[in-house]
Design a protein around this ligand. Structure first.
Ligand code: MGD
Ligand code: MGD
Ligand code: SF4
Ligand code: MO
Length: 733
């Protein structure tokens, strides 16, 4: 950057979380100098959070890796791309030939979800190698939902969302949109939108073990963690009992109702009250309000997904939406239409169906094996090499007392594709530097753009705001080159592989006229926009740089149409596997809950300034010296601890010591610990390592016993723990 360079403002959108808020970015030379919310963005309208407007600190961080790195002993060396690709490619080939394709695995993290084009190339590489060993932190957040949508609606990508624009009753379980920006539901500035519901006389109810930030927009009820199954079963029972079902919709467009009725039969409001903490009267009152509302919707997210019954919970929740006549109805729960019909296309290709490809019979959902099996798979030699893209599993995944750290350290080949050398990167043999989203041309998340789970459908497109550093390469390029070096034919055709090879050379040619010939992301996205019936890239940018509102979804476009992809066109209210698991487990877990009523349960807590593990290195965002264990005042008193004092928290899997914050937001016998802290081995993150905090996932169990069998989800919320005042002294960091 030259200080005399003019500052130019470019319009883009944030890809840190799924809210994808519009942003204005000031650029001087090729350097980002300021980021502000885009007031003219057609949906976010000037809303953004601190993570978005401070992303320039990530972008310009002196810790960013800007050339391929190779570890020799404890030392890191910059190497050329040619060397990195050749060495990694031959090691992959060696592993695959010696131990079989599945010994070479992949793990993708949440930032990989924003990258619209990388999955095409990532999947093509692994398919070409013949490896099905792909994991993702999707099994920490949402594979239960994908599984249910596949079984009830015929595709994992038929995702229903609440119609906030029209609803009169919205109930939100296990989500905190004010902080998280939502997941699988695009709703920037969620609190403002919820407040509009109450302003027009509707109700918004949050069911949560913590009185969350979002609750300012409505009512809040405490629920004992991981008991939502009983609350939802009783809600369903009461709805049926009180005549709240739409019999004609059920008869014409759904199947399995009588089985569902039988499943929830024993679950009365009184019975659920024994474990949930929500009284029978309150549940009845909520059902009555739901019934009387012109449009009503239930929504749930990670807090429930990460429990022991995430799939069963989402199944019952979707059944409530459906049988009450609210599915596909204005003000209810809608199934969106994306720019292209991704659900149909994926279905026709026979891809991403839930299936068992593992020796142990555990399921893969949307192509992801359970991340809770990572340590087992590595320790038992099923996995010997891995690429980790945009993830930090040592902090993010179940890591009982650091088991995962040891397993990753023993891999024969570990390659990380990242912006930084994070904790898992520290253990890698190679780190390949990737561009940030400011350096990528993109449309918003595939699920938002192509599945349409958003109440205000719109499209936007951004060119790369700045060019990536000279020695940084896009994921599509890395996967294409690795395939070539490992002798794997991407997309199964030699001529396509030859074109891809040519394309990787053209894209980074020193001659500008050759670069112009490359099939770049810009050109691919241009094609996608046109395929969706929109103007191509150049015209789109000229006319709609703040986004383009698309046709509103007002329902009545799903049930009874060919968009239901179940084969017979009916919504399946009783997938047999779910019924079986419910019958086998609901009573057992209920008895367990009753027995352990006085035990503490651990939940997570997202913080507005931190995106998972990834914002910890931004000094402007992280000034707190540590994370805390949040406890209700009466619990703190009983334990004899005050804010700032240390407690020891132990589960059946691990133990940590952490300072307390007493908070009347907490439900008694519940402890909330912000996850994704514990940066103590972050040599490559100069700020995060000064404020490491404590890794709460040392308390989470892994392996088959801690995986939800229907979806492969890890059990990360509602973990039974024991707490005592610590003998250790709090060390100021
Ligand atoms: N106890 C508990 N544990 C949890 C959760 C919880 O609620 N409770 N939540 C879980 C959930 S939902 C998730 S998704 C995981 C999150 O954990 P992960 O999915 O592992 O993701 P992050 O920590 O967001 O990101 C990890 C890395 O991505 C890199 N990165 C960022 N942007 C890019 C990019 O554009 N390209 C590349 N190549 N790299 C990039 C960052 O530098 C960072 O090193 O944690 C899970 N863990
Ligand atoms: N600021 C910020 N934003 C983020 C992230 C981040 O780390 N920081 N992460 C991003 C990612 S990867 C994801 S997947 C999304 C997740 O988005 P959300 O699903 O909205 O995630 P959380 O904010 O953790 O909300 C989960 C809520 O569930 C509650 N909870 C815990 N256990 C239970 C339970 O058993 N029952 C009920 N009813 N509630 C329970 C918790 O108190 C918490 O309020 O957020 C994304 N956005
Ligand atoms: S809410 Fe999400 S998308 Fe919006 S600015 Fe914050 S991190 Fe970015
Ligand atoms: Mo996530």
């Amino acid at each position: 950057m030259n200080n005399n360079d003019a500052v130019e403002t470019r319009i883009t959108f944030c890809r840190t979380c799924e809210a994808t808020c519009g942003l204005e970015v000031d650029v001087q030379g090729n350097r980002v100098v300021d980021i502000r919310p885009d007031k003219q963005h057609v949906v976010s309208k000037g809303y953004s959070c601190v993570k978005g407007i401070h992303f320039d600190k990530v972008q310009n961080s002196p810790d960013r890796i800007t050339s391929p790195q190779k570890r020799v002993g404890d030392e890191w060396h910059s190497i050329s791309w040619d060397q990195a690709i050749a060495e990694i490619g031959s090691k992959i080939r060696h592993l695959v030939d010696r131990h079989g394709a599945d010994s070479f695995a992949h793990l993708v993290g949440s930032a990989g979800g924003a990258n619209v084009l990388a999955p095409l190339y990532r999947n093509a590489l692994y398919q070409a190698l013949g490896s099905r060993r792909m994991y993702g932190t999707g099994t920490c957040d949402t594979t239960n939902k994908f599984r249910v949508c596949e079984d009830m609606y015929g595709s994992p990508f038929r995702l229903a969302y609440p119609d906030v624009e029209r609803t009169e009753f919205l109930m939100v379980l296990g989500a905190n949109p004010a902080v998280s920006g939502n997941t699988l539901y695009h709703l920037p500035g969620a609190v403002r939108r919820f407040k509009e519901i109450t302003k027009r006389g509707g109700r918004v109810v949050f069911i949560n073990p913590r009185r969350i930030e979002s609750a300012q927009a409505g009512e809040h009820d405490f629920i004992r963690p991981d008991t939502d199954l009983y609350f939802l079963a009783a809600f369903c029972w009461e709805l049926i009992e009180s005549g709240g079902v739409d019999r004609s919709a059920i008869e014409q467009t759904m199947k399995g109702f009588s089985v569902l009725e039988e499943v929830v039969a024993a679950w009365t409001p009184e019975r659920q009250a024994e474990v949930t903490g929500i009284s029978a009267d309150r549940l009845r009152e909520l059902v009555a309000a739901h019934k009387n509302a012109k449009g009503a919707a239930l929504y749930m997210a990670t807090g429930v997904n990460q429990g022991r019954s995430g799939t069963l919970c989402f199944w019952l929740l979707e059944c409530i939406n459906a049988i009450s006549g609210n599915l596909d109805k204005p003000g209810g729960s809608l199934i969106g239409e994306g720019l292209i019909d991704m659900a149909k296309q994926v279905k026709e290709a026979g891809a991403l169906t839930a299936q068992v490809v593992r020796e142990d019979g555990l399921i893969s959902v949307v192509g992801l094996q359970p991340s809770g099996m990572l340590a087992d798979d590595m320790e038992q030699g099923r996995v010997r090499g891995m690429i980790v893209e945009a993830s930090n599993p040592l902090l993010a995944c179940s890591n009982p007392n650091g088991r995962l750290d040891r397993a990753f350290a023993d891999l024969e080949l570990l390659v990380c594709i990242d912006l930084f050398r994070n904790e898992v990167g520290n253990l890698a043999h190679y780190i390949l530097p990737a561009p940030t989203w400011l350096e990528r041309a993109e449309v918003p998340y595939a699920l938002q753009s192509f599945v349409g789970c958003t109440p205000l459908p719109y499209m936007t497109y951004s060119d790369a705001v700045v060019a990536e550093p000279d020695n940084v390469r896009h994921e599509w390029w890395i996967y294409s080159r690795l395939a070539e070096a490992a002798g794997a034919t991407m997309f199964g055709k030699k001529w396509i592989a030859a074109l891809l090879k040519l394309n990787t050379r053209l894209a980074y040619s020193s001659k500008s006229w050759l670069r112009k010939l490359a099939l770049t992301p810009e050109k691919m996205l241009d094609g996608m926009l046109k395929q969706g019936g929109l103007p191509g890239r150049k015209k789109f940018l000229a006319q709609h740089r703040h986004g383009l509102l698309l046709k509103q979804n007002s329902g009545n476009n799903f049930l009874g149409t060919d968009r239901v992809l179940t084969g017979d066109g009916k919504v399946n209210l009783a997938p047999p596997d779910y019924v079986e698991v419910f019958k086998a487990r609901a009573d057992v877990l209920f008895a367990d809950e009753r027995e352990q009523r006085s035990q503490f349960k651990l939940i997570g807590k997202r913080e507005i300034k931190r995106m998972n593990t990834a914002s910890a290195n931004v000094p402007r965002l992280v000034k707190d010296e540590t994370n805390y264990a949040y406890l209700a005042p009466e619990d703190a008193q009983a334990l004899g601890v005050r804010s700032g004092e240390l407690v020891d928290v132990a589960s059946d899997y691990g133990e940590i010591s952490i300072p307390v914050k007493v908070s009347d937001e907490m439900m008694p016998r519940t402890v909330a610990i912000p996850q994704c802290w514990g940066h103590k081995k972050a040599d490559g993150l100069s700020h995060a390592r000064l404020h490491p905090g404590v890794n709460s996932n040392y308390l989470a169990g892994d392996g088959e016993a801690n995986i939800e069998a229907l979806s492969g989800m890890s059990h990360l919320s509602g973990i039974f723990v024991r707490i005592k005042k610590s003998d250790r002294l709090a060390v100021a960091s």
